[in-house]
Design a binder for this molecule. Sequence first.
Ligand code: NAD
Length: 250
Amino acid sequence: MSQELSNLTAVVTGGASGIGAAIAAKLQAMGANIAVLDLNPANLPEGQLGFTCDVSNDASVRAAIEGTAAAFGGVDILINNAGIGAQGTVESNDDQEWHRVWDINVIGMVRASRAALPHLRNSPAAAIVNTCSIAATAGLPQRALYSATKGAVLSLTQAMAADHLREGIRVNAVNPGTADTPWVGRLLDSADDPAAERAALNARQPHGRLVQPDEVAGAVAYLASPLSGSTTGTSIAVDGGMQALRLRPA
Ligand code: NAD
């Protein structure tokens, strides 16, 4: 992939860290203008336009998408990546927690899509890519809320693909396995022995190591570009074979 995205503009939510930052860097390397919508869009690479944005706030999302369109003359690609984790069972997470995480992980993608769709309709190469997770289908213990949000993202991806097919807007998802991002780093740092915990986590992955954010970005780059022009309503697993082997992260 080289300059497949030149003259196109991509919005990446949650693009200041981890998987989102790797996606923004990859799409930028392919020639796209990049707008990063993040709670904290500090220290972005040169050339990326940052917007302070909370995907759980509709006005904030709309302002950032309109700001992107004004700055670059349109929006061609939306990467719905912002998301947060949640641990627990249906008993341990109360209604307030369900609403809080759902508002970010699911409705955040709905808000950004709603704001971007009028611009995407004017694009010759419109694409939406949602960062889902293997949690959507794996039946993970202690992840009821998080898994339910990602299951919803998978359904949303398929339904939106159908709704916008004839408008030339493709909608796909990626399902990362456990990825080496600051989020996972924070979880490891809270362990008694972070180095031992990291080694154990690596060993539990089917291919013996964490997924690298750049590997997720590679799949997103494919789905976001005309290289995948006949692909919509589907998802790509970037999980070292976990889904194929019917394994689940422990
Ligand atoms: P991360 O915490 O490293 O980065 C997330 C980014 O999103 C941060 O920059 C944060 O500021 C931003 N963000 C959080 N809430 C936001 C909000 N309300 N509005 C705008 N921005 C917000 O996380 P990551 O590991 O890179 O995860 C990114 C996505 O990948 C998430 O959707 C997550 O569910 C998904 N994912 C992660 C993994 C993993 O193992 N790391 C696996 C599967 C899926």
